[in-house]
Design a protein around this ligand. Structure first.
Ligand code: SAM
Ligand code: SF4
Length: 425
């Protein structure tokens, strides 16, 4: 989501006449987009700001700015107390950036952190380098108020972009050669444009170009609709992979998290999805060590992982966030124990992912060629429809092309394949 936001900022700044450099020494303005979801993300920013200020000593006219979710919370500290930055701009005020930067060149400090009920940057064309995969933000904010989560406070209330505007953006991307588009929202099930819902949006976007794969995240388990499941099942280029964060397998913990579903409801959703979309890949998010989580409740989550057999899972240690309801609860699971629980869940998931991937050995997968492999220039990396990364030897393929690969070997995170050509299939 922050990548998508940075592209919106890029679009606004390009409109203001700015050009971009990846060389910090050459920059007159350095902006860093921030995340406040866990404390760790916040801490990292201070290291970055230290680095940027070393460049500023060489170029004292330089403007340094902090954007995004940390803005509201840390504005006074960053601008007034520690004098680390010149401007602080929250997620709904990016249109003010050109004016704030101009002011900062004149020595004015700039703070703009108000949240909006309507800003959705619908008319801004995000600035993207040409590529194959793109993130497209379709809504902003969140009204769910899970008790652990800072998003409703840092990104404000939920609001959706117009269906036509999102569809046009995807049409422009398709015309530029993009082949894989992920629609983004904190809770896409709440997407509304008048009477049109997320299933309508998905249908509209998928119809733009059937050679463009369409993905989405994130679905809230409470209100993933039957229509959406059916749309995924019946639309060829909507990918069969769903991220459905469960957070915990304990009803008591889920209630204290204000997740608004029971584990029985969650499992019914999983069953419905698997029945409607055979071969679907399911991934999830888990929080370990939420206030009051007992060992038995943690073990229930481990058992759920084994029961559902997710394709992948992101597991986080609970991190208390100011303003949230859970901030008031006693953070009573010691950090070491949170770490132990996270490790156990990660290990269990690794075993499940490996077993699922092993069953794919010998199968043929259609893969979109995305980029050179991180580990070898001799290889390409791409993804299957079910969002699994496949690495294969490079042999004249192009980014953005679909290739059929036979899966030869796997580990828990990656599949390795070879190209099937006529005659050797
Ligand atoms: N809107 C999505 C949803 O509800 O599933 C997720 C949004 S959040 C950016 C991504 C994940 O971060 C959450 O699913 C949760 O597991 C994790 N998370 C959020 N707040 C957290 C906190 N205070 N401590 C630890 N993990 C947290
Ligand atoms: Fe945060 Fe819950 Fe909204 Fe997801 S649904 S962004 S976890 S408040």
């Amino acid at each position: 989501m922050n990548v998508a936001d940075s592209e919106v900022v890029g679009g606004i700044l390009a409109g203001g006449g700015y050009t971009f450099t990846s060389d910090l020494a050459e920059a007159d303005v350095i902006l860093v987009n921030t995340c406040a979801i866990r404390e760790m993300a916040e801490q990292r920013i201070y290291g970055r700001l230290g680095l940027f200020n070393r460049y500023k000593r060489l170029n004292p006219g330089m403007v340094i700015g902090v954007l995004g979710c940390m803005a509201e919370r840390l504005r006074a500290k960053l601008v007034d107390q520690e004098k680390l930055v010149d401007i602080v701009v929250g997620p709904d005020e990016y249109r003010k950036l050109p004016a704030l930067i101009d002011g900062a060149f004149e020595g004015e400090k700039g703070i703009a952190v108000r949240l909006s009920r309507v800003e959705n940057y619908d008319d801004i064309a995000p600035l993207r380098a040409d590529g194959v995969t793109a993130w497209v933000s379709v809504m902003r904010g969140c009204d769910k108020f899970c008790t652990f989560c800072v998003v409703p406070f840092t990104r404000g209330r939920e609001r959706s972009r117009a269906l036509e505007s999102v569809t046009k953006e995807v049409a422009d991307l398709a015309a530029r050669g993009y082949r894989d588009v992920t629609l983004l929202g904190q809770n896409v099930n709440s997407y509304r444009d008048g009477v049109r819902d997320f299933a309508d949006l998905m249908k509209s976007v998928a119809a733009v170009d059937r050679s463009v794969r369409v993905r989405f995240m994130t679905s809230h388990p409470q209100d993933m609709s039957d229509r959406l499941i059916e749309t995924i099942a019946t639309t060829g280029n909507i990918c069969n992979s769903i991220h459905l964060p469960v957070q915990s397998a304990s009803d008591r913990v889920l209630e204290r998290m204000n997740r608004s579903y029971s584990i029985a409801h969650y499992l019914r959703q999983v069953e419905k999805i698997r029945r409607a979309i055979p071969g679907v890949s399911l991934t999830t998010d888990i929080i370990s060590g939420f206030p009051g989580e007992t060992l038995a409740e943690h073990e229930a989550t481990v058992a759920l992982m084994k029961e559902v057999r997710y394709d992948g899972a992101f597991t986080f240690k609970y991190s208390p966030r100011e303003n949230t309801k859970a901030w008031e609860m006693e953070d009573d699971v010691p950090d070491e124990e949170k770490g132990r629980r996270v490790t156990e869940i990660t290990e269990v998931q690794r075993g499940i992912s490996l077993a699922i991937n092993e069953r794919m050995i010998g199968t043929i997968e259609r893969v979109l060629v995305e980029a050179p492999s991180k580990k070898s220039v001799e290889a390409y990396s791409g993804r299957t429809e079910t969002n699994k990364t496949v690495v294969f030897p490079r042999n004249g393929e192009h980014r953005g092309e679909y290739v059929d690969l036979r899966i030869d070997r796997v580990n828990s995170a990656t599949l390795f394949g070879t190209r099937i050509r006529e005659g050797n299939a």
